[in-house]
Design a protein around this ligand. Structure first.
Ligand code: ZN
Ligand code: ZN
Length: 328
């Protein structure tokens, strides 16, 4: 595991085993991701796939450019993919006046063929599709709008990816020599998840669990028997309460679908963690509401006398520089 970046300004982690290399999240620009891979001695061209935890910008900022450049598939849950596409697709692909004109034209054309009563329903449906409200997604909506608009849309489609693969939380799958087990996490995104990775050739398991409001039973279960764990330790409760964020943002961070505090991470490590990991990486630290020393202290106290030279080493992933690769 190599954490290239961790925090609210961008997240990306490399997981590699045998000849397979996966990037989990692409929350920095393509250029910066490639630069950081160079820094840690990894060749971006060797990446086999990109896996996305959720659609928040700090996890997807460089996604489309990187995937297109490397021509590699991107793995999402279907809901995360849809949310990401919605985020990137402009709400309208034409001016209101032009749209009104188009609807009117379509309406007239339909009225010639069908009863007038039906025509207005269809126009309304076209409106929903055009404005992205339709749950059937962008491909369907592209069919309903004019050829000219479609051409413009495809040409400038910021959500175009070379290949998209869907997975579902709770259902394992494989990428090359790595088994991937996604699990649901509580966070304010469409369908957020964490991952456990298992190298097929060895009995090594690594997990990523960041961006979660609390640690529910399914996450506690998923994080058993891992050798390396990237765990969120987002904020110090006191610093957050006294800090600069507006009240609404503080409420969001503290909520059950926000982020894990140092205290909550420590509570997990005290009560639920089985003590078997080689390294615990603390990640997604807030730059405004946390201090690395506070996060480390809380975790090390929680691990207590289980901390040793061979096990339970605590490392801190940061925003600005990659973490030294963890090789087992
Ligand atoms: Zn998030
Ligand atoms: Zn995040």
């Amino acid at each position: 595991m190599t954490v290239l970046a961790s925090g609210s300004k961008g997240n990306a982690t490399i997981i590699a085993a045998g000849s397979t290399m996966i990037l989990v999240d692409a929350g920095l620009s393509c250029r910066e991701l490639m630069r950081r891979m160079g820094q840690v001695g990894e060749d971006p061209e060797a990446l086999d796939a990109i896996l996305i935890t959720h659609e928040h910008l700090d996890h997807v900022a460089g996604l489309s450019v990187l995937a297109r450049r490397l021509r590699i598939p991107v793995f999402f849950t279907e809901q995360t993919h849809r949310a990401w596409v919605r985020m990137l697709t402009p709400r309208t692909t034409m001016s209101y006046a032009k749209w009104l004109e188009m609807v009117q034209r379509e309406k007239e054309a339909r009225a010639e063929q069908t009863a007038a009563a039906c025509a207005s329903d269809d126009a309304e449906e076209a409106l929903c599709e055009e404005f992205g409200e339709d749950s059937r997604g962008v491909d369907t909506s592209a069919e309903t709008i004019g050829e000219e608009v479609r051409a413009v849309k495809v040409k400038a489609d910021p959500a175009f990816l070379p290949a998209v693969e869907y997975f579902r939380s709770g259902h394992g799958f494989s990428i090359g020599e790595i088994d991937v087990n996604p699990f649901t996490i509580p966070h304010d995104a469409a369908d957020p998840c964490g991952f456990v990775f298992h190298a097929k050739s060895e009995s090594i398991r690594m997990a990523i669990a960041t961006d979660l409001g609390y640690v529910p039973p399914n996450v506690k279960m998923a994080l058993k028997n891992v050798d390396v764990l990237l765990l969120e330790s987002n904020h110090d409760l006191e610093m957050l309460k006294d800090g600069p964020y507006p009240w609404s943002v503080k409420q969001r961070v503290l909520s059950r679908v926000g982020h894990l505090s140092n205290t909550a991470a420590a509570e997990f490590l005290t009560k639920d963690y089985d003590g078997g990991a080689h390294t615990i990486v603390l990640g997604h630290l807030s730059e405004k509401n946390n201090l690395p020393e506070l996060a480390r202290l809380a975790a090390e106290q929680a691990i207590g006398d289980r901390l040793s030279l061979l096990g339970n080493r605590v490392a801190l992933a940061v925003q600005d520089t990659p973490l030294e690769p963890i090789c087992l």
